[in-house]
Write a protein that binds this ligand. Sequence first.
Ligand code: ATP
Length: 778
Amino acid sequence: MPMDKKRKLSKSAAVQTKRRKTQPVQKKQASIDALRWKAVEVPEGFDDYEGFFGLEEIEGVDVVKDENGVRFLAPVKAVKESAGEDEFQGFGDEPEESGKNKKAEPGVAKEAVKPAVKDSKKGNKKEAKDLKKGSKKESKKEHKKAQQKKAKSEAVEQEDPELETNVFAKLDDLSEPDEDFDLSEWVPLDLSPQLLSSIARLKFSKPTPIQAAAIPEIMNGHDVIGKASTGSGKTLAFGIPIVEAWLAQSTEEPSADKKKSAIALILSPTRELAHQISDHIKALCAGLATSPYVCSITGGLSEVKQQRQLEKADIIIGTPGRLWDIIKSTNTVLHSLRDIRFLVVDEADRLLQDGHFKEAEEILNLLDKGPTTNEEDEEAESEEDEEEAEEARKRQTLVFSATFNKKLQQKLAGKSKFNLMADSESLEYLLQKLNFREERPKFIDTNPVSQMAENLKEGLILCGEMEKDLYLYATILLQPCKRTLVFTNSINTVQRLTPMLQELGLPAIPLHSNMIQKARLRSLERFKAAETPNKDNNKFVTFSTSAILVATDVAARGLDIPNVDMVIHYHVPRSADDYVHRSGRTARAANSGVSVLLCGPKEAVPTQRLVAKVHAAAEMKKSSASKKTQNLGAGVVQSIDIDRRIVSRLRDRVSLAKKITDAQLAKQKVTKEDNWMKEAAEELGVEYDSDEMEKAGTWSGRGRGRKEKEKKIATEVTKGEMAALRAQLRELLSKRVNVGVSERYLTGGAGGVDLDALLRGENVGGFLGQVDGLGLDD
Ligand SMILES: Nc1ncnc2c1ncn2[C@@H]1O[C@H](COP(=O)(O)OP(=O)(O)OP(=O)(O)O)[C@@H](O)[C@H]1O
């Protein structure tokens, strides 16, 4: 059997099929090629010692051996139909219908036939070749990735194959539709009964303002640029019309000779957001009799699997990088994208800037003109150019964000055809590529006054430059019952703060872009799964029931994590827009929340200016009513005056935790570098001696001082000393913190101070007064 495609029939059909067992499964005889094989997911870090790369499996297939040889009896859905009827949604993603599957006999196919060869029967040999090349390349790539991952000594938790979806599915806990649910506020939007019933399941009693304004425009065929504050329901503002269009289209007769094409492509700047959008749309579709196939195409997860998903997708949500990688590596997915009717650019201002520029441009190019990399293809494409340009006109472009910088906003809202110089690096150039079908897309701004959520309270804590760790700890301690998101400006800081907070007994979880994708999703899942206190019955809550996500700005955009009560900006945001998006992770969908900036002395003034800029429009409106124009934005952010006496009583804890963390990180780093040197020495065939290497000057040049310092810390703190430090810290953590005058105590385990009250301006500077009434012991 060729090594690049190997197939097995899985025994696990019975286990997999528990969920749907009402109908007996109809089976029919099929050739091995006609079966819908699924690539076996080989865990990352798994070397191909056993030759598992390229292995494929299938479930629910009976292998019948009789005098005529071997036959395969497969569920009807598991057998491919002729072109145009491809409605099967793939094994592995959805449980298959059950019944007699338990009897399925495992067997191994005699010969593997690559899907590309089947495609070639349809007349496209090139595609087949590309796919073949692609899958070999994929194996190599996966292998290389596995090697790289092995080299990474970063602790990554065990992977969970189920993690790639449903991380955000707050909406997945769907109840049966309530027939009495009042949907009258949705009626003016003229939605189909199926979709209304889905909305009733979600228990959304009325559309949010952006939904009420954007849905009719989109359903009337307009291009839309939607601006609305964070957490205001923008995803379903474009999600509902897309699903509605899919429902209308799915009732039409499919044309027999037409390849399946997706209806919508949604571009997202981050992987997590792509998965979240996908989960939101899936949740919307959960109650429908037939649902569109929704798939998210992001980096960090199996490219081969995503390639297959793309081919059958109705709604594609992707990050430009991975999407472009797949498109480049195979032409078989092009047809999925060419005929899309909706192009959505979510978090447009970020997506059209940052590092996504090139790939986004390539994708937009392709949507209008097709691939330009291959001469053969180009020739074929040119004949169809006109036809395709016409097709492109049919596409609606929807652009959404909570923030649009002024220039971008003017360009977007003003007109679609810009007077451009031939500057392919400019943002305008990319905007032109969006190829709006209308000269003037509908610009909808449902909250022109403020981009910030209505129920958000903002605070600023002024502290010493070197005291941020201490104030971070104090702030978290003052809000012990909260799910908190801490933003930093660097990956290193996430890697340092997370273990430090953990040493302090806090449930800190890291999130940054250097983590492998499954670890990123796992972190989000853990954060989301952490229980929140039941505020209604004032239940006693300990830290074990809250969670702290320490993240870079990778978590700043679009993430909809329920019940984030507090956002702390450990580093001040780099821009006013970043401040809006970070703070927008709390106070979502009519909930309340607080956003706290930790500012060093030098940061205070520029930060206040930055925040004032965000609030200037709102203030301007207010002040024009009262004829005051001074200090715009000032006063919106409440200065939080934490009693320094309490903070100073936490200092020893933080110093110890820092010392332990620094030593640990230095050790990890030295070990990592040592391993790297060892491997390099092995490859060169020389003996490795770290001290000799060091003496010989391997560590000369830039960074030598830092490395030496790290090595010193790493070797200075012995195992025994580390254990002693930990014991000391444990001792400190077990003691109550004497808060002074009132002789009340703040513990690390429970209780806290009402930061909300401080933010309301009550008891400013009167922290101790708040300790009363919190039920803390004497
Ligand atoms: N009509 C509605 N009624 C109540 N809740 C809604 C409604 N529509 C959406 N939501 C909920 O509101 C929350 C925020 O929605 P969404 O993530 O789409 O916000 P957003 O405007 O895209 O935010 P951001 O700017 O941060 O990306 C989600 O939990 C979503 O399920």
